[in-house]
Design a protein around this ligand. Structure first.
Ligand code: ASP
Length: 442
């Protein structure tokens, strides 16, 4: 197994995890998976999250300090936000187009709606999602700006949900470094640089257990998944979302081929471990350290670009999530016979865009923001729980797929911006044991 490329190792781990999960469910040893296998997956996700904040801090401060000029930073910053907004808009329009053409909500029978409502409408997870959505919606329109500014950096770094606050501080710190006497800045930059290398090395170390961890994660997903019959009744809806997501992959790969001028297959191979982890963890935040490592070392994007574009993307750019929200909103409305006009569809474009910016990069976050999208088009509040119940059974597999697109979108935009800025170089792959032999023998 050791000589196989990492993406093959992870893929084998995933397939074996699925097979093991199916066998475990069938012979009734779900408890064994939950008690003895799943913890490895949880530990792996915790390890990835553990290094996310230090990685953002170190790489972003170093990236900005290396720019040597604040105007370069604002140029990259402006382009990044603009391209992210455009890619999300494209995703939403694709989602709306496909759902209007396929119209999966039409084929849902009353019996299926009743079963799904009975199974899920009162479930605590759905209620929790609606409560979270309501508290988000109650906030003022500029609340997100207020939330970006931390009032205590230690508090911000202590919470993985405050990634934008950490990014804000790192940008300020980097700008400060650019503006002080270079002799004073140098030791700080050298320290941050070394710190950044250490964190990237820790990513390599954590990835050593990735194939086993994805085995555990997928076995757990299988033993906790829903009744296959229910999944089947939502097949057309799920296929519509997946078709939209595949269109996004086609768009990204066209950009890689035509603009970046690299082979899409080569590109996918370089970033595939990040995509496979996105699929297994359903969290672009947990995947971020690996995305950064792959895009920087394996694709050749300069740290100056990747250190800003990727963490910002993980928090505000969710093409897969917004496409899913567009499809899910129209699907729920059609299935529950709530008429939507063309103006409503335009409202969906706007709210799904804002929701993509506001969604946390964690499992299931897209469904929370879906509530806000539905409310914006006047979907009756008393039917919300039923609406969510309709799509709940397939939410986890779709979450896994949309997270892959979220991560692929971020990686593609980072590569595109690097190309634009002349910051796309030759990949320099570093293995976890590059210096190990040297140290061991001297
Ligand atoms: N799980 C997604 C992510 O972390 C967010 C969502 O769509 O629920 O990117």
């Amino acid at each position: 197994m050791k000589n196989l490329a990492l993406h093959w190792q992870i893929l084998i781990g995933m397939v074996l995890g699925i097979i093991f999960g199916i066998i475990a469910s069938n012979i009734g040893i779900d408890w064994f998976v939950n008690d003895w296998i799943a913890p490895l997956g949880t530990i792996f996700i915790k390890l990835l999250k553990l290094i996310a904040i230090p990685l953002i801090l170190a790489s972003l401060i170093k990236g900005i300090a290396d720019l040597q000029d604040i105007s370069k930073f604002s140029a990259i910053g402006g382009k990044t936000i603009l391209i992210y907004i455009c890619s999300t808009l494209i995703a939403i329009v694709i989602g709306l187009t496909i759902v209007n053409v396929v119209n999966p909500g039409d084929g849902i029978s009353q019996a299926t709606i009743d079963t799904l409502t009975e199974n899920y409408a009162n479930s605590s997870s759905i209620q929790k999602k609606m409560d979270t959505a309501n508290s988000t919606a109650d906030a003022g329109p500029l609340q997100f700006l207020i939330d970006i500014v931390p009032d205590n950096i230690f508090k911000a770094t202590a919470d993985n949900g405050s990634m934008l606050q950490v990014i804000f501080f790192a940008i300020l710190f980097g700008i400060g470094l650019l503006l002080i006497d270079p002799n004073k800045a140098k030791p700080v930059i050298d320290f941050v640089d070394g710190f950044n290398e250490v964190i990237l090395k820790i990513v390599d170390l954590i990835m050593l257990i990735a194939p086993y961890a994805v085995f555990a994660l997928l076995a757990k997903v299988i033993v906790t998944s829903n009744d296959p019959d229910l999944l089947l009744s939502l097949l057309t809806y799920a296929a519509t979302v997946v078709a939209g997501l595949l269109c996004m992959v086609a768009i990204y790969m066209t950009i890689i081929a035509l603009y970046v001028k690299k082979s899409p297959l080569w590109y996918l191979k370089q970033i595939s471990p990040a995509q496979l982890l996105a699929f297994s963890t359903s969290s672009s935040a947990a995947t971020l350290p690996v995305t950064m490592e792959r895009v920087t070392e394996h694709v050749g994007v300069d740290k100056e670009v990747s250190s800003f574009v990727l963490p910002v993307g993980a928090t505000i750019n969710m093409d897969g999530t917004s496409l899913y929200q567009a499809v899910a909103a129209v699907f729920i409305c059609t299935a529950l016979k709530h008429d939507i006009t063309f103006a409503d569809q335009l409202t969906i474009v706007l709210t799904a865009l804002l929701a993509s910016i506001g969604s946390a990069a964690v499992p299931g976050a897209g469904m929370v923001m879906l509530v806000i999208v539905l409310e914006s088009i006047g979907f009756p509040a008393d039917k919300l729980a039923i609406g969510l119940a309709l799509i709940f059974a397939v939410d986890r597999p779709l979450d896994m797929c949309r997270t892959v697109i979220n991560v692929t979108g971020d990686a593609t935009v980072a590569t595109m911006i690097a190309k634009m800025e002349g910051k796309l170089g030759t990949p320099k792959v570093k293995d976890w044991d590059d210096h190990y032999q040297k140290t061991a023998t001297t």
